[in-house]
Design a protein around this ligand. Structure first.
Ligand SMILES: [Zn+2]
Length: 405
């Protein structure tokens, strides 16, 4: 299939089972993400996306009893009986981290340390759920707030250069869990959902990070052997930030844990979603029951749900900018998952996506613009600069997708 200069298929296609657009990129190594980086996109076979096939196998062909037994063995192997923590669960207090930490602690009798890289700008509901997670769930937690002046600066750069406001958060959060594990001499780290559901090309037999070979964004050494000063944050070389007067100390929170340490300390990272059936909606009901998890009282902008990704005021812009670049917004994110899990039909998903996808997130607009020191005109012009030509048409002053769902 023909692709544009950024690797996106020139012909737009929607999955005939879940409505996913074929422009959706799989993961990229963010330390080498530049404005002209080529993306790889989700695979389609006979009109069906790889994520649909993934979930289909998960729902119908996996022996979950056997998988749970594997989890029990893994826990037995790592469980410490001297009162120390035996695993790390990174999270924000959203439904997935609530489920993971709760089940590991109370069902499998582990002693998880929960760790949190702060959102850019906490929402009230995000903060409340975070507190409930710890207070009602009974967990030890380290909340880390990297220097917000630096995080803002990096977020502005990643928005300006890549239209990717979430990148500094992603980089920091990913590496923070490992650093905390190393600090506390913990070898076992649990992530939640397996990445295959995001449409990434990952096999069903992947249970740990180290099983994923040759896949960008999943490198054990994300620096690919380079010096930290030679990689990029927000599409700009670390060295350049240093030349501008930032210190290595200002940026160290974004520097990954050294590969030698990971190897020497024999750390391993597992997806809990490999061992336990991971159904997002059920995670929500579970969290509601166990810690009184709150959904929003209003629909989240850009989608029809009330309980996904609620903690950060810039979440809405993460999804909005994704929509600009790939024609894939927040409603699509929720609807494809709900369709694959059978909560809604393909037709229902379609009309929800048509109705809400790409809705501009006005609620936290001011907070976001202040945060990245931009005005609205600047942001809108920037967005328009990032619209791929094969995706968008401007009709009577309005931007529309060339091929509609
Ligand atoms: Zn699909």
């Amino acid at each position: 299939m023909k692709k544009n200069e950024l690797g996106l298929p020139l012909e737009i296609e929607y999955c005939k089972k879940c409505n996913l657009i074929n422009q959706r990129p799989t993961s990229i190594n963010e330390y080498f993400h530049l404005p002209n980086s080529k993306q790889t996109t989700v695979e389609f076979t006979d009109g069906v996306c790889s994520a649909c096939n993934f979930v289909d196998i998960e729902l119908n062909k996996i022996n979950w009893k056997l998988r749970e037994k594997e989890l029990k063995n893994l826990c037995d192997k790592y469980r410490k009986n001297n009162g120390e923590y035996d695993c790390v669960v990174p999270g924000s207090g959203g439904k997935d981290s609530v489920f993971a930490s709760y089940i590991l602690k109370y069902k499998y009798k582990m002693k998880p340390l929960t760790v949190t890289w702060t959102p850019n700008l906490y929402t009230e509901i995000g903060w409340n759920n975070f507190q409930k997670w710890l207070h009602k769930g009974g967990f030890d937690n380290y909340l880390y707030t990297p220097n917000p002046v630096i995080m803002r600066k990096l977020t502005r750069e990643s928005t300006k250069n890549l239209l990717h406001p979430f990148q500094p958060f992603i980089l920091g959060q990913k590496t923070f869990a490992l650093k905390m594990a190393s600090l506390f001499n913990i070898k076992l780290i649990f992530y939640g959902e397996v990445s295959g559901k995001g449409g990434k090309k990952i096999s069903h037999n992947v249970k740990s990070f180290s099983d994923i070979k040759d896949q960008q964004g999943f490198e054990m050494d994300p620096l690919n052997g380079k010096k930290f000063s030679d990689v990029f944050i927000g599409g700009k070389k670390v060295e350049e930030y240093l030349d501008e007067g930032l210190s290595m100390n200002d940026l160290k929170s974004y520097k990954p844990l050294e590969i030698e340490k990971i190897k020497n300390e024999k750390m391993d990272f597992y997806y809990l979603g490999y061992f336990l059936k991971w159904i997002p909606q059920e995670m929500y009901y579970f969290s509601q029951e166990k810690i009184d998890f709150e959904a929003n009282d209003v629909r989240t902008e850009g989608t029809y749900t009330k309980f996904c990704s609620l903690d950060d005021k810039i979440d809405g812009f993460h999804f909005y900018t994704f929509y600009i670049k790939y024609g894939h917004g927040r409603a699509m994110s929720d609807a494809v998952s709900d369709t694959r899990h059978g909560h809604i039909t393909r037709e229902e998903g379609k009309s929800l996506i048509k109705k809400y996808d790409g809705e501009y997130p006005i609620r936290h607009e001011k907070a976001f613009l202040d945060y990245i020191s931009m005005d609205k005109v600047e942001l809108i012009n920037l967005c328009n600069k990032f619209r791929p030509k094969h995706l968008w048409d401007k009709i009577s002053g309005k931007w529309v997708l060339k091929k509609k769902l």
